[in-house]
Design a protein around this ligand. Structure first.
Ligand SMILES: Cc1cc2nc3c(=O)[nH]c(=O)nc-3n(C[C@H](O)[C@H](O)[C@H](O)COP(=O)(O)OP(=O)(O)OC[C@H]3O[C@@H](n4cnc5c(N)ncnc54)[C@H](O)[C@@H]3O)c2cc1C
Length: 399
């Protein structure tokens, strides 16, 4: 272990990378986080977290900072895009909290990012290096070396690649190409809640599901902002256009939807358009002293709202195993993969199934609506238990 004195390099300062850095620091282990963007931060939209994320936030000591900025919706609802009828209710109030021991939260992504970032900044074990786009990396056997777009190089004891769904490290390590477009595009918009004219639930997380399209909305920052995401199937999913063509396409796609959905569509600002892409699970995400984490390893569709939760769970799990093995990466990385594979693969696969459930059409939609009519709270909680009860997370003990 010639380079043991070198810090662990973490490529990518998103939610997964920062969690890994903080969890390593809590065990006295040094890391250097290389972030390609000019500043550590995040794109400014809402994010939902199931109670499973608190198993990690509690251990890292950041729960209070997160909760100061978060809101707890009274329910997560799925509504039919044509009738507006509620198809599924997940009560997320007192009974949910009693069952899962932790809340369901909605939070501005920037606020969550800063809660982690602030915690990282005050510990000496973490060095945060922004504007540092990794372009290549080498595993020298006794350490790793990363080269950046502007020609700098960084040495480390190991490389944790938390560089997201289009991970360069994955491209070399796994070599399975780009994530595949699934034919859908998405828009995200935040408006002041005072400007919200649509007649919709303002406290709940609501998903309106229709054939080939859906909308998700919920409040942010203590009911001052309103987050709207519109997702729809379109042959233009990979193309760029202008605001007028985007608006015309949305109006056409949602023309038969419930009037409240059309009012929401009228509020979209087209500041962010994304192509929805997917990857299937793979068995191996590490080689030698290099390991993938979060979306780089197992990106799911956003339908379960669990991609960031998985990245955060990964961060703690990986750090604890590095500590448990006393920095023996050849032992820690396979254990990390084994600990995380089935849970993260299930999230990927169930996210695909739920994607179909949201977008059911014809008889499938009728079957969905008739079946869910019989679901009560106990059944819904049981369905979610595998996810929201959290995963066993190692404690850094033992070798
Ligand atoms: C519309 C939408 C809604 C979502 N909603 C939810 C939700 O409600 N709940 C949830 O849990 N998840 C949600 N997700 C998923 C979530 O956003 C991701 O799963 C999560 O961000 C993954 O975290 P990560 O740290 O692995 O990667 P990222 O967040 O993508 O972070 C990667 C970081 O690496 C940096 N980087 C990339 N390449 C390099 C390089 N070469 N060198 C240096 N740095 C680099 C990037 O700048 C970035 O900061 C949603 C996703 C989408 C698209």
């Amino acid at each position: 272990m010639a380079l043991l004195q070198e810090p662990i390099l973490i490529c990518g300062g998103g939610l997964g990378g920062l969690t890994a850095a903080l969890a390593l620091a809590r065990r006295g282990r040094r890391s250097r986080v290389l972030e390609g963007a000019p500043q550590f931060g995040a794109i400014g939209y809402g994010i939902q977290f199931g109670p499973n994320v608190f198993h990690v936030l509690d251990r890292l000591g950041v729960t209070d900072a997160v909760m100061a900025k978060a809101d707890c919706p009274p329910a997560v609802l799925m509504r039919d895009a044509f009738t507006g009828n509620v198809v599924v209710t997940v009560p997320t109030g007192a009974s949910f909290r009693a069952r899962f021991k932790h809340p369901y939260i909605i939070i501005h992504r920037i606020d969550l990012h800063h809660a982690l970032l602030d915690a990282c900044k005050v510990v000496p074990e973490i060095e945060l290096v922004s504007d540092t786009m990794m372009t290549s990396f080498e595993d020298h056997g006794d350490g790793v070396e990363v080269t950046t777009a502007d020609g700098r190089s960084f040495k480390g004891a190991a490389l944790i690649a938390a560089d997201g769904v289009r991970s360069r490290v994955r491209a070399k390590l796994v070599g399975d190409g780009d994530p595949q477009p699934i034919g859908y595009a998405a828009y995200r918009t935040i408006v002041p809640i005072s400007e919200l004219s649509a007649d919709v639930h303002r406290k709940e997380v609501v998903l309106w599901g229709g054939p080939g399209f859906h909308i998700v909305h919920y409040p942010l920052r203590h009911d001052t902002l309103f987050n709207i995401v519109a997702v729809f199937r379109t042959p233009t999913h990979g193309q760029k256009g202008d605001a007028a063509s985007y608006r015309a396409e949305l109006q056409h796609t949602y023309r038969d939807a419930h009037p409240a959905m059309r009012d929401l569509i009228a509020m979209m600002d087209f500041g962010w358009r994304g192509q929805v892409c997917d990857r299937g699970p793979v068995r191996h995400w590490h080689k030698g002293r290099i390991v993938l984490l979060g979306d780089a390893a197992h990106p799911p569709l956003q339908s379960l709202a669990q991609g960031a939760c998985m990245a955060i769970e990964d961060g703690l799990c990986l750090a604890e195993l590095v500590h448990a093995t006393d920095g023996d990466f050849a032992a820690a990385f396979p254990r990390f993969e084994a600990a995380r594979l089935l849970r993260t693969a299930r999230v990927q696969l169930e996210s695909r199934a739920i994607w179909e459930f949201y977008h059911a059409e014809g008889i499938a939609r009728d079957v969905r609506n008739a079946t869910t009519a019989a679901w009560d709270e106990a059944h819904v909680f049981e369905c979610l238990a595998w996810l929201y009860d959290g995963a066993p997370l190692p404690t850094g003990q033992g070798g």
